[in-house]
Write a protein that binds this ligand. Structure first.
Ligand code: NA7
Length: 543
């Protein structure tokens, strides 16, 4: 392999919606681009997560960038919050329309990517043992794709059926393979967004469902409903204008926070606003209420008091209700799971909430779960235990930059990046919807695509100006990284564990949390990126 001539101009890892769009735009720009994808087809999140109940918690018509931008002009969403089969159909149709499948190699995992300093190229090793190379390496591996199995002794000894929600057995079409829970004793570990989606579905079928909860979450109603073209028109209007509106909101969800602070409202005003938002579809309560929700504990407590009351109203047994009320984090400081009849299932005789914070799981046994001195017998055990968030998928690839430094080591104390796009020591390596960039705490359908467009423009600029190397200037990276951590520290999120935080213990026992996302708002982020581009990619050393 010639050092000067890599096999490809650009390699994109991942064929989720972001990676698909990246390959499409780079190919259209005339670059030689190759994609690799571990799955057998496109779709990313919607390819892997096929558990029953899996669906969007973003409004479909706000998430569907390919439809909004005219790539799929005739696409018709059937529900306000689309289900996984519909989303996978959407991704596949978009792939067909963009014609990007031939540019991808499927069933292929990138195992290693090493930067060759002499040749200024990235050399990749694939899981079939073959090697390839590129000038620019773009990660589109997704912030929630590295499945996390819990470290519970005896996991392999279980003799029933068990799987992680994001490795659900695949059906022949776009959906999950049917697993019949009728008459079965089922255990589900985890009560995050995934657990809260699947639990009511299993509860409707199983003879007995044990929900193993470690941390209660603040859940609010999804209020999903069917959509017609007329309703979409009414809710959204002109697609172009709608994208422009989404770009002005903090997270590209179709909500704008009230300009008012909760502490400045009267109790009656607050109650009226919360009551009006609670039954509404989507994230109004989290993203559309008072603007000091995530910065002022007193204001947050008003919301906590309100949602607490709702949980108590919905769960009949007060002892169970108290267990379902979070006691360790403020409202909205972790992803708020969106639920459909979630709290009501705890009124059913066939459902038991097992508080594994109070009585920890000892081990998985051949017959079920040992919790304290009790063995709970199960036929099916479902791990809704989440992901190694944001950096997890990159940690699983042996990525080495200048001097053979591993990315995982370079980021051992938390990511250090410039704009969340590039990191010093890893020239020509770009991360989409990755650590510290504004697309990772956002409606990824839109923010991921906007980031793809920005990266495309940068790579085209480099090509047109005969530039073959890009790497952050140290002090720009330091300033950005400090800014990311500072902004995070000013919010109530800073005191809470979530998939977007890396939590470690200092030698003195104190807890250290490093944010993996940027919470300064998507408009702020894009404005910074646009300014950097307008100034000839200021802060990137281009050569
Ligand atoms: P999450 O939100 O990370 O939730 C994982 C859940 O699994 C959470 O309740 C965890 O409890 C629980 N968990 C993990 N390990 C264990 C062990 N060992 N014992 C008991 N419970 C455990 O992942 P999701 O898949 O639900 O959602 C991810 C995102 O996807 C979501 O935010 C949306 O953006 C889409 P913990 O809270 O850690 O105590």
């Amino acid at each position: 392999m010639s050092v000067q001539n890599p096999q490809h101009d650009v390699i994109v890892i991942g064929a989720g919606i972001t990676g698909m769009y990246q390959v499409y735009l780079l190919h259209n720009a005339g670059l030689r681009v190759q994609g690799y994808e571990a799955g057998s087809d496109v779709g990313g999140t919607w390819y892997w997560n096929r558990y029953p109940g899996c669906r969007l918690d973003t409004e479909s018509y706000a998430y569907g960038y390919f439809e909004l931008k005219g790539i799929l002009p005739d696409w018709q969403w059937s529900e306000r919050f689309a289900s996984q089969p519909e989303l996978l159909r959407y991704a596949k149709r978009a792939a067909d329309t963009m014609g990007i499948r031939p540019a991808f190699r499927f069933n292929t995992r990138v195992e290693a990517a090493h930067f060759d300093e002499l040749g200024n190229i990235w050399r990749l090793r694939l899981d079939d043992g073959s090697e390839t190379s590129c000038r620019f390496l773009v990660s589109a591996v997704g912030p929630l794709s590295a499945t996390r199995m819990p470290n519970i002794p005896g996991i392999d000894s279980f003799q029933g059926v068990s799987f992680h929600t994001s490795r659900w057995p695949r059906g022949e079409d776009e959906g999950p393979r049917d697993v019949d829970f009728t008459g079965k004793r089922v255990g589900i570990i985890g009560t995050g967004a995934t657990g809260v989606q699947i639990i009511p579905i299993v509860a409707a079928q199983a003879s007995k469902l044990h929900v193993f909860q470690r941390t209660a979450n603040w859940c609010i109603p999804l209020a999903n409903h069917a959509l017609t073209p007329e309703l979409i028109e009414e809710l959204r209007g002109d697609p172009e204008a709608f994208v422009d509106f989404l770009k002005t909101t903090e997270t590209a969800f179709p909500y704008r926070r009230s300009r008012k602070k909760a502490i400045d409202a009267t109790p009656l005003e607050r109650e009226a606003l919360f009551e009006s938002l609670y039954p509404m579809p989507g994230y109004g309560l989290w993203l559309g209420a008072y603007r000091d929700l995530l910065t002022n504990k007193v204001s947050n407590d008003f919301m906590v008091e309100f949602v607490t009351r709702k949980i108590r109203e919905r769960v009949k047994d007060s002892r169970i209700a108290e267990k379902l009320i979070p006691s360790d984090h403020a409202f909205g400081t972790r992803r708020v799971p969106m639920e459909t009849n979630y709290y009501e299932i705890y009124n059913q005789d066939n459902v038991e909430l097992v508080d594994v914070r109070q009585t920890p799981i000892e081990r998985v046994t051949p017959k079920g779960m040992q919790v304290g001195d009790r063995e709970i017998e199960l036929d099916v055990l479902i791990y809704a235990t989440g992901f190694d968030g944001v950096t997890g998928a990159l940690d699983r690839i042996d990525i080495r930059g200048r001097g053979g430094i591993a990315l995982k080591e370079a980021w051992a104390d938390g990511p250090s990046t410039y704009l969340g796009v590039q990191a010093r020591g890893f020239p020509n390596f770009f991360t989409l919807v990755g650590a510290h960039n504004g697309a990772s705490f956002c409606n990824i359908g839109v923010c991921g695509a906007l980031q793809v467009e920005w990266v495309t423009e940068m790579l085209v600029y480099m090509r047109d100006n005969r530039l073959t190397s890009s790497e952050p200037v140290p002090h720009y990276e330091e300033d950005w990284t400090r800014h990311v951590y500072d902004v995070y520290a000013q919010t109530l999120l800073a005191d809470t564990d979530a998939w977007w935080v890396r939590t470690t213990r200092n030698p003195d026992g104190s807890i250290r949390r490093r944010a993996l996302i940027y919470v300064g708002g998507a408009p702020d982020y894009r404005e910074r990126c646009a300014k950097v581009a307008a100034n000839g990619y200021e802060g990137f050393a281009l050569a």
